[in-house]
Design a protein around this ligand. Structure first.
Ligand SMILES: Nc1ncnc2c1ncn2[C@@H]1O[C@H](COP(=O)(O)OP(=O)(O)OP(=O)(O)O)[C@@H](O)[C@H]1O
Ligand SMILES: [Mg+2]
Length: 273
């Protein structure tokens, strides 16, 4: 069954059409890798899937709810967002909450569980990820890899239908990449529908069912990941895939592991009013 469908989609910023003529379908339980050159529109496409970016033409349907560019209903956008979460390059953890509180936050904020239940659920997810020992640490004390795994735990804790990843390992030191990829692979085994923008071609070949190649705002190829991401072909896509295979991984500069975001809520202590 298709979980997400986008039809005749376009996104325009002032005069510049950054996405055009996009028709895509994502099946429930599938893992899709999105690849393409810098500036081709990958992030914009991902953001459009959960309406963080409004389309200027076309429709986006997620879990049976359709948003049409011609009349975008806030209520429908809200419904779609409640079905999907996003994992960002820069983690975006709430820096004034502990790892555990970060993971609890979607449950509390969306009133899906009371404090004690949210805590138990969040601890279970952290422990599934092997992160229980850092539950009480604040983001500033976590490594990039730990921060990203906490943000993935936060993304799945409320059991969304789809999780969108935007280059989840590109801000990490090379030695931390594999822990994060392992965590994402763990989710793939649980049949969580995922769409992942990534330059980790080998990883994408292993966990993705499908791949989409985006260039100049258009989907120029889509199909089975092992076919689209093959190094053996000839032409533009194979050249690109080969360039990723052969790239030198540079150590990124140390970045602040958390966005300066103050949540619009406070976690209530158990028993507090
Ligand atoms: N909010 C915005 N306003 C104006 N232009 C934008 C905006 N967001 C993206 N763009 C432009 O849209 C195009 C696609 O950007 P996008 O970030 O989607 O590319 P990308 O494929 O994710 O690139 P990268 O690999 O560098 O992350 C670029 O030309 C970018 O400058
Ligand atoms: Mg991007």
């Amino acid at each position: 069954m298709s979980l997400i469908q986008i039809s005749n989609l376009a996104v325009q910023f002032s005069q510049h059409k950054v996405l055009k003529n996009i028709d895509l379908t994502f099946e429930e339980g599938s893992v899709t890798a999105i690849v393409g050159p810098s500036g081709s529109g990958k992030t914009t496409l991902l953001r459009t899937l959960n309406l963080l970016q409004s389309p200027s033409e076309g429709t986006v349907t997620v879990a049976g709810i359709t948003v049409d560019a011609k009349h975008i209903s806030k209520a429908d956008v809200h419904k779609i967002r409640s079905q999907s979460t996003m994992v960002f390059q820069q983690f975006n953890l709430f820096k004034n909450l502990t790892a555990l509180e970060n993971v609890m936050s979607p449950l509390i904020y969306n009133k899906l569980a009371g404090f004690d239940e949210a805590k138990a659920i969040a601890l279970k997810v952290l422990s599934d990820f092997g992160l229980e020992s850092i539950a009480d640490q604040y983001p500033v004390t976590l490594s990039g890899g730990q921060s990203q795994r906490v943000s993935i735990a936060r993304a799945i804790v409320a059991k969304p239908k789809v999780v969108l990843f935007d280059e989840p390992t590109s801000a990490l030191d090379p030695e931390m990449v594999s822990d994060v990829l392992t965590t994402i692979a763990q989710l793939a085994q649980q049949h969580i529908t995922m769409v992942i923008v990534t330059h980790e071609i080998e990883f994408a070949r292993q966990i993705a069912n499908n791949a989409i190649f985006v260039e100049n705002g258009e989907v120029i190829a889509q199909g089975p990941a092992n076919k689209i991401l093959s190094t053996k072909g000839t032409g533009r896509i194979a050249d690109f895939v080969n360039s990723l295979e052969n790239r030198v991984i540079s150590t990124p500069q140390q970045t602040n592991t958390s966005e300066v975001v103050t949540p619009r809520f406070r976690l209530l202590q158990s028993g507090a009013n």
